[in-house]
Design a protein around this ligand. Structure first.
Ligand code: TPP
Ligand code: MG
Length: 251
């Protein structure tokens, strides 16, 4: 198995803009699955709507491209119907914690055995770069030209509110760490949320003054530090894993 076995090459090139972070994140997931020797037919990939949601169409195994915000409940249905499958949700921040936020709350509360990969580019990318619940305060977007007034949703706090939890924060820059956390999340027997700091050059970065995706990648390098052993929660600028494998909500 190599990462190439998980990608529908006949559909390439992808619709993603040059310099987008989604391809790196998808390739990292494919590399992880190859290393874990999970064959494509053992995996189902479920996406919502958005640029990140297009991934379902490029996965060379069974996949579902659901409606906006509904990837998690569809994935739960698949997992319940066939618990032997590895079910992975791969979608955007707007999709998973904006419109789909209620499903995130309750699937994590019920500790459904899913891996959720959230491409966190801080924006509604596909629709032109509107402010999302993940947009950092003060940043200019299509719908907040003077800078957003609001703090972003604390995804880590929501994910770790449950006694049993797995929350990973990764970045598109640190791909070895990203693959390590993907492996841990896929192996975790319960709800695992991986918040991947990505970026959108065309509908967000240019408005902020970046000239290329490459520049945004190096901003991620500068902004985030690795914390291999967090004592409690990760600080806002830290990458790592926060997990607790105590009794789940069903125990
Ligand atoms: C019910 C519904 N509401 C709104 C939309 C319009 N819409 C399409 S994609 C999207 C945002 C996607 O943002 P995100 O999930 O962050 O993905 P990205 O494009 O940034 O990867 C929205 C609001 C829709 N398709 N369906
Ligand atoms: Mg987004």
């Amino acid at each position: 198995m190599t990462y190439k076995d998980y990608i529908k090459w006949e559909r390439m090139p992808a619709t993603w803009c040059p310099g987008c972070s989604i391809g790196t994140i998808f390739k990292s997931l494919a590399m992880t699955l190859a290393k874990m020797d999970r064959r494509p037919e053992e995996v189902v990939l479920v996406s919502g709507i958005g640029c990140s949601g297009r991934t379902a169409g490029y996965f060379a195994g069974d996949s579902v491209h659901t409606t906006h915000g509904r990837a998690i409940p569809v994935a739960e249905g698949i997992k319940r119907a066939n618990p032997a499958l590895t079910v992975i949700v791969f979608s955007g921040d707007g999709d998973l914690v904006g419109i789909g936020g209620n499903h995130f709350l309750h699937a994590s509360r019920r500790d459904i055995d899913l891996t959720v990969v959230c491409v966190n580019n801080g924006i509604y990318g596909m629709t032109g770069g509107q402010m999302a619940p993940t947009t950092p305060r003060g940043e200019k977007t299509l719908t907040s030209p003077g800078g957003t007034a609001f703090l972003p949703l604390n995804i880590q706090a929501v994910a770790t509110a449950n006694p049993r939890h797995f929350y990973g924060r990764c970045s598109t820059y640190q791909v070895n760490h990203l693959q390590k956390v993907f492996k841990e999340a896929v192996s975790w027997p319960g709800f695992a949320f991986v918040d991947v700091m990505g970026f959108c050059i065309e509908n967000f970065g240019r408005r902020l003054g970046f000239k290329s995706g490459y520049e945004m990648l190096f901003k991620l390098k500068a902004d985030y530090k690795m914390n291999p052993n967090p004592a409690g929660l990760l600080a806002a600028n830290e990458l790592g894993v926060v997990k607790h494998d105590g009794p789940g909500s069903q125990a």
